[in-house]
Write a protein of this length. Structure first.
Length: 472
C-alpha cells in the first residue's frame, strides 16, 4: 500500500512544493514505510501565509451564516471520509481501530458540528458607557499540531479559527500527516474560498519555526511538548504575536477512601492506557487512600493485564504500538529509570512480552512511586501508570499539585461535596468527578506548564478574537 501525497494545499488548490525533498511515513505496527509527504520549506510557508493574508479581509467580512454554512459543508465532506480517516490513523499512528473510529475520527466531527452552530451566532457588540465593544478575528493563524490525536488537534484549532473569521496555515506532525491530507481533501470538496485554509507539511525546525516566526502570522496555536511550546513562545514574542499553547500533562486521579474503587481504578487504568498512553490528559498518577491501596493495586494490575497488545486492526487489540521507535525508546528509558529509582513493578516492565515487530511497550504499573521521582514528575507518554498512596485529603491535594503540569485530573468519592472540594483545590485546567463524561463544549487547557489559553466551545472561539472599543 502506498499512501504517498506529493502536493501542498495553498490558495485553494493542490500545488507542487518549492523543493523536492520528502518525509517517509512509517506504520509503527509493521515498521514499513507506507508513503511519503513533502518536506516543506520556508518558501512554501511564505506562499501559504501570503495566500492566508490575501484571503483574510474578505473571510473576516463574510456573513457569519455563510461561514457557518462553509463549516457545515466541511462537516459533510469529512463525515463521508470517516472510515478512511479511522483506517489512516490506524496505519500512521497505530491506534486500535475501534478507538480510532470512535475517538480519532468521531471526536473531530463532534467538535466541528459544535462550531457550525457557534459560527452562526457571533457575539453582539456590547455597550459599555459610551463605548461600543466589538469582537473581531485576530488575523492569520498558524496551527502547529502533534501526532497523538492528529485530526482532532487540527480541527480543534481550524474550526474555531474559521468560525471567528480568521484564515489559517496548518502544519501537522511529520509523523502523522496523512490524515491531514484527508481533511484537506474534504476542505477542497467543501469549496472554502481560496487561501482561507492552507496546508504545509514538513518538520518542526523548518516549517514549524518558519510559521512561528513569520511576521505576517498574527497568532500561533500550538499543541505538543512543553519544550517546543516554550520555543514557539520565544519566536512569537519577538513580534508580540498571540500564542495559544496546549502542552504536556501529568494528571492525578485522586481516589478517596469512600470511592467506588472498582469503577475508579478501571476508569483510571483506561485513561492511562488510552492511545497507548499517548494522551496529554491521561491520568498517569493514581493517588489512592492508604486504607484501599493494596486492593487498588490488585485491581489496577488485573485491569491493565486485560489490555491486549497487538495488531491495531484486530478487534481484540486494546493497546497498539507507540508512534515511533524514538518514542518507544523514551518510554522504555523512563521504565528503567523508575526501577532504578526504587519504584515497585506490579505489572509489565522491560521484560514483559510484546510483539517482536512494531514499537510496542507492555502495559506497565508501578507501585510505591516517590511523588518527587521522575516517574511521578515526567510526562512519559506511554502505557505506564504510577500508583501513589496518601493518608488524608490534604495530602492527596498536595501530591496532586506536586507537578509542574496542570492539565487534567479526576476525583472519586461517595460524597459529591467532598469530591467537589478536592476538585476545586487541584491546580489544573479540568477535573472529572466520579467518571463524568468528557464535554466537548467545556474549556480545555492547562494551568502552569501545561499551557496558555483554552480550546473547545465558546472559550476556544474567543482565543481567535480580539476586542475593540469604539467610543461615541
Ligand atoms: P513536539 O512538540 O516536538 O511536536 C509537536 C509539533 O510541533 C509537530 O508538528 C512538530 O513538527 C512541531 N515542532 C517541533 N519542533 C518545533 C519548533 N522548533 N518550532 C515549531 N514547531 C516545532 O512533540 P512530539 O515530538 O510530537 O512529541 C514529543 C513529546 O511531546 C511527547 O513525548 C509528549 O511528551 C509530548 N506531547 C504532548 C502532546 C500534548 O497533547 N500535550 C502531544 C504530543 C506530544
Amino acid at each position: 500500500m502506498d499512501l504517498t501525497r506529493t502536493d501542498l494545499y495553498l490558495d485553494g488548490q493542490w500545488v507542487t512544493p518549492a523543493a523536492t525533498d520528502t518525509i517517509p511515513i512509517e506504520n509503527p505496527t509493521t515498521e514499513q514505510v507506507i508513503g511519503t509527504v513533502p518536506a516543506g520549506t520556508t518558501a512554501d510557508v511564505d506562499r501559504a501565509v501570503a495566500a492566508a493574508r490575501a484571503a483574510f479581509d474578505s473571510w473576516a467580512a463574510t456573513d457569519p451564516a455563510d461561514r457557518a454554512a462553509a463549516l457545515d459543508r466541511l462537516h459533510t465532506a469529512l463525515t463521508a471520509r470517516s472510515d478512511e480517516i479511522a483506517r489512516t490513523v490506524v496505519l500512521e499512528l497505530g491506534a486500535p481501530l475501534r478507538m480510532a473510529t470512535r475517538v480519532q475520527a468521531g471526536l473531530p466531527l463532534t467538535v466541528l458540528r459544535g462550531y457550525v452552530e457557534l459560527a452562526a451566532q457571533p457575539p453582539p457588540g456590547q455597550l459599555v458607557g459610551n463605548s461600543l465593544v466589538v469582537h473581531e478575528p485576530v488575523g492569520v493563524v498558524g496551527a502547529i499540531t502533534p501526532w497523538n490525536y492528529p485530526l482532532h488537534q487540527v480541527v480543534a484549532k481550524l474550526a474555531p479559527a474559521l468560525a471567528a473569521g480568521c484564515t489559517v496555515v496548518v502544519k501537522p506532525s511529520e509523523l502523522t500527516p496523512l490524515v491531514a491530507y484527508l481533511l484537506f481533501d474534504a476542505i477542497d470538496e467543501a469549496g472554502l474560498p481560496p487561501g482561507v485554509v492552507n496546508l504545509v507539511t514538513g518538520t518542526g525546525p523548518v516549517v514549524g519555526e518558519a510559521i512561528a516566526a513569520h511576521p505576517d502570522i498574527n497568532m500561533v496555536s500550538f499543541t505538543g511538548s512543553t519544550a517546543t511550546g516554550r520555543r514557539i513562545s520565544h519566536l512569537a514574542a519577538d513580534r508580540i504575536a498571540r500564542v495559544a499553547l496546549e502542552l504536556g500533562g501529568k494528571s492525578a486521579n485522586v481516589i478517596l477512601d469512600d470511592a467506588d474503587l472498582g469503577a475508579a481504578v478501571k476508569a483510571g487504568v483506561g485513561s492511562a492506557l488510552l492511545n497507548s498512553g499517548q494522551t496529554c490528559t491521561a491520568w498517569t498518577r493514581m493517588l489512592v487512600h492508604r486504607s484501599r491501596y493494596d486492593e487498588a493495586l490488585d485491581l489496577a494490575a488485573r485491569a491493565a493485564e486485560g489490555y491486549r497488545t497487538g495488531d491495531p486492526f484486530d478487534p481484540a487489540t486494546r493497546l497498539g504500538p507507540l508512534v515511533s521507535a524514538a518514542q518507544r525508546d523514551r518510554v522504555r528509558a523512563h521504565v528503567e529509570q523508575g526501577l532504578a529509582d526504587g519504584a515497585r513493578l506490579v505489572l509489565g516492565g522491560p521484560d514483559a512480552k510484546v510483539p517482536e515487530r512494531g514499537h510496542f511497550v507492555a502495559p506497565t504499573v508501578f507501585a510505591d512511586v516517590d511523588p518527587d521521582s521522575a516517574l511521578a514528575q515526567e510526562e512519559i507518554f506511554g502505557p505506564v501508570l504510577a500508583v501513589i498512596p496518601f493518608d488524608d485529603d490534604d495530602q492527596a491535594v498536595a501530591v496532586a499539585n506536586n507537578s509542574r503540569y496542570g492539565l487534567a485530573g479526576a476525583v472519586w468519592s461517595g460524597d459529591d461535596d467532598r469530591a467537589l472540594a478536592v476538585a476545586r483545590r487541584m491546580r489544573t485546567g479540568s477535573v472529572d468527578i466520579n467518571g463524568a463524561a468528557f464535554n466537548p463544549l467545556a474549556p480545555f487547557g492547562g494551568y502552569k506548564e501545561s499551557g496558555l489559553g483554552r480550546e473547545l466551545g465558546t472559550f476556544g472561539l474567543d482565543e481567535f478574537r480580539q476586542t475593540k472599543a469604539i467610543q461615541r
